[in-house]
Design a protein around this ligand. Structure first.
Ligand code: SAM
Length: 335
């Protein structure tokens, strides 16, 4: 019998994320003209249940708001910034930013995932005129490493295992990553698939890289981070969520103990970040989604399981933080 491939099940979670996003777009929760290019036979995909659509909406809007604050911060500092998305899967954020009002503030956007995923993504990009047009002129787009990497003036798609030593990962990024521009790390639903040791080593690797550059090259050395993840997997509902994943052979090296709401900011604080905060999707939906938007999405679909919705959303959180280099006084950390 074929040996089970634990990473195969983890990679499949990307299709789930893409299908969830497509569904939220089809049901008019979100506007995203790009996601359909990353989902095979997109027009035939059945929508996801309302609860999933609402969750996808809150997650996407929450992260978009933080990314927008990051751009506002860069604008205030009069610098361009970079975004590195780790475990990017079929995410469309690069295309949304590059066709939006912040495109000139973006210096470079990086996406890293397993080679199987980046190869598929590179093919989808080359197949779609709409996606490649955003990247630049055809002669400015190049594919490398047997089709698993793709480079354009501002976009770099790279194949790598995030559990490898961070120095190897940074070596992949280094030819294109400026060490002196503010850089935002995005971990959207990926750290849960890695051991806490590997996640920590990864974040610390970036911290060391930018600290070092600030010392030796006089750069900003400013690092931002956003993590979206499940948490509270020890409580009774969390255990159900965990066993649902296990049933699909998704191994969760997770953490021992799993993060709790109180411990979430330590993801960043233990690496010397100057500030870190976390909110659950439940809190974001209740208190941070614009009332007009709340009203609009409440009419999109019937949703009678409000209690279940709150229970599920209460187990997902967005954590964000900023790290200023030692001695920096002029920069405001509170983006
Ligand atoms: N960030 C995307 C989003 O939110 O739409 C995709 C999320 S998907 C749930 C998790 C992604 O992380 C998958 O694309 C998976 O292949 C990737 N991933 C998980 N572990 C990884 C690792 N060790 N190295 C590289 N990619 C990994």
């Amino acid at each position: 019998p074929a040996r089970p491939d634990p990473d195969g099940a983890v990679r499949l979670t990307d299709s789930d994320a893409a299908l969830a996003r497509l569904s939220a777009v089809q049901k008019h929760y979100l506007a995203d003209p790009f996601i359909r290019h990353f989902v095979p036979r997109a027009h035939l995909q059945p929508p996801r249940p309302p609860l999933i659509n609402v969750g996808t909406y809150v997650r996407s809007e929450g992260i978009d708001t933080l990314v927008e604050r990051w751009f506002a911060f860069a604008e205030q500092e009069c610098v361009q910034c970079q975004i590195v998305s780790l475990g990017a899967g079929s995410d469309t954020r690069f295309w949304r930013i590059s066709t939006g009002p912040r495109k000139d503030l973006l210096r470079a956007y990086f996406e890293v995932d397993f080679s199987e995923i980046t190869m598929k993504k590179a093919m989808a990009i080359r197949k779609s005129k709409e996606l490649s047009a955003v990247l630049g002129k055809p002669e400015d787009i190049s594919v490398a490493n047997g089709g698993t990497s793709l480079h354009a003036p501002k976009y770099h798609l790279l194949a790598g295992d995030l559990r490898q030593p961070p120095s190897e990962l940074l070596a992949l990024l280094e030819p294109h990553l400026s060490p002196v521009h503010p850089t935002l790390l995005l971990f959207e639903c990926v750290l849960v698939y890695m051991s806490p040791q590997a996640s920590s080593a990864l974040i610390q690797g970036f911290v060391d890289h930018f600290d070092n550059a600030a010392r030796t090259q006089g750069g900003h050395g400013v690092l931002g981070g956003i993590v979206y993840e499940m948490f509270g997997l020890e409580d009774s509902f969390g255990k159900v969520m965990k066993s649902n994943l296990m049933a699909r052979n998704v191994s969760l090296p997770g953490a021992d103990p799993y993060p709790t709401q109180a411990s979430l900011p330590t993801r960043f604080l233990k690496h010397g970040f100057t500030m870190a905060k976390a909110l659950t999707l439940r809190d974001i939906r209740r208190s941070y989604v614009d009332p007009a938007e709340q009203e609009r999405i409440s009419h999109l679909e019937m949703l009678d399981e409000i209690e279940e919705l709150e229970l599920v959303l209460g187990h997902y959180a967005i954590t964000w933080g900023t790290k200023l280099p030692g001695g920096a006084t002029v920069l405001k950390a509170n983006w």
